[in-house]
Design a protein around this ligand. Sequence first.
Ligand SMILES: NC(=O)c1ccc[n+]([C@@H]2O[C@H](COP(=O)([O-])OP(=O)(O)OC[C@H]3O[C@@H](n4cnc5c(N)ncnc54)[C@H](OP(=O)(O)O)[C@@H]3O)[C@@H](O)[C@H]2O)c1
Length: 171
Amino acid sequence: MPQLGLGSGGLEGKEGREAICTALRAGYRLIDTALFYRTETEIAAGMRMAGVKRDEVFLCTKVLQKAHAADAQVRDSLKESLRNLGTNYVDLYIIHNPRAGRIKEVWSLLLKLREEGLCKAVGVSNFGVAQLEGLRQAGLELPEVNQIEVHCWRQLPEVTAYHAQRGMQSA
Ligand SMILES: NC(=O)c1ccc[n+]([C@@H]2O[C@H](COP(=O)([O-])OP(=O)(O)OC[C@H]3O[C@@H](n4cnc5c(N)ncnc54)[C@H](OP(=O)(O)O)[C@@H]3O)[C@@H](O)[C@H]2O)c1
């Protein structure tokens, strides 16, 4: 996974497509999106405009929170993202927010979707130590990645220490 990436939240419409194309031309090779952001079609268009091939870009997208209601809806959420992105796999598929509920069930399904080849890696976002421990104590594989907000003004030492201890990546 590239260390430097473009977050696409808010990059909608023509301006969004142009920003994505410009970033790709400048060398960005990781783009973060979510079905919720409504920027997946802009990413597909930006990649076409920049002439960058699918296998040259690391794409990360996220489960729609309201899709947590049922396994079939989680699967449909990924299928919709794949259609929007014009691809048959994403590099990383993550749970957007644990507050959406049914975490263990949705996480188990993501592991299955990875086995089916619809995503190369799976992860979570906005998870705290208690939620990660909940998965581990249920005997489930731990996520490869937890996408969290961390910067100079917001440090989460307990979470990042947990990641380091368990071989997970903060993203
Ligand atoms: N997993 C989650 O729950 C979650 C939550 C929040 C964010 N994220 C991810 O993190 C990314 C960044 O979020 P953030 O909260 O840091 O956003 P942010 O504070 O709003 O920062 C957005 C950045 O994008 C730049 N930007 C906005 N529109 C642009 C355009 N049209 N062309 C070029 N640059 C533009 C802004 O530049 P200026 O500073 O010049 O305005 C700013 O540097 C999101 O897009 C998303 O991928 C994930």
